[in-house]
Design a protein around this ligand. Structure first.
Ligand code: MN3
Length: 197
């Protein structure tokens, strides 16, 4: 069974003006779709076609050597983008009392966390992802990864795609403005469910 582009969890124009429908048409409709298409092409004839995305990512030892980088980059980008769309919601939402308390404990206050997270998005050199993760000991941390790499220091709760294709249509080169604007549409309710799970 081939991998499919997951449905967007809201209408394509619903995040505007923070993320325009035009950005969604390219970022979701072209980039995310291309990772799915490329992944299906790479998996053809490998015997790995029947695995779910999570199963595939958990069985890297079975990947053919010559295709390892390609499979990782495309599979991870399918996963990262699905997670990114699910990190956002029209109008934004609020963290649970438990997650809010964990943010205060780790960063001092939500405002301090926001400043730090934006700085880590801006300071993530080149293309990649900036994550809020829940570490094994239950505390929170910010992790930066490059290119397609999925967060690995903890369970991802929320992400910011810092590839230029995520913001160039709407913000041109202003990555700080993009990183700050996402705070109007982060889905803290969903991040809270992940934190509690
Ligand atoms: Mn992207």
């Amino acid at each position: 069974m081939a991998h499919a582009l997951p449905a967007l969890p809201y209408a394509p124009g619903a995040l505007a003006p923070i993320i325009s429908e035009e950005t969604i048409s390219f970022h979701y409709g072209k980039h995310h779709q291309a990772y799915v298409t490329n992944l299906n092409g790479l998996l053809e004839g490998t015997g790995l076609e029947g695995l779910s995305l999570d199963e595939l990512l958990a069985s890297q030892d079975k990947w053919p050597e010559a295709k390892k980088a390609g499979i990782y980059n495309n599979a991870a980008q399918v996963w990262n983008h699905t997670f990114y769309w699910e990190s956002l919601v029209p109008g934004g939402s609020k963290p649970s009392a438990e997650l809010a308390a964990a943010i205060d404990a780790a960063f001092g206050s939500f405002e301090e966390f926001k400043k730090k997270f934006i700085a880590e998005c801006v300071g993530n050199f080149g293309s990649g992802w900036t994550w809020l993760v829940k570490k094994a000991d239950g505390t929170l941390a910010i992790e930066k990864t490059g290119n397609a790499v999925i967060a690995s220091t903890g369970k991802p709760l929320l992400t910011c795609d810092v590839w230029e294709h995520a913001y160039y249509v709407d913000y041109r080169n202003a990555r700080p403005k993009y990183a700050e604007s996402l705070f109007d549409i982060y889905d803290w309710a969903r991040a809270s469910q992940r934190f509690a799970a």
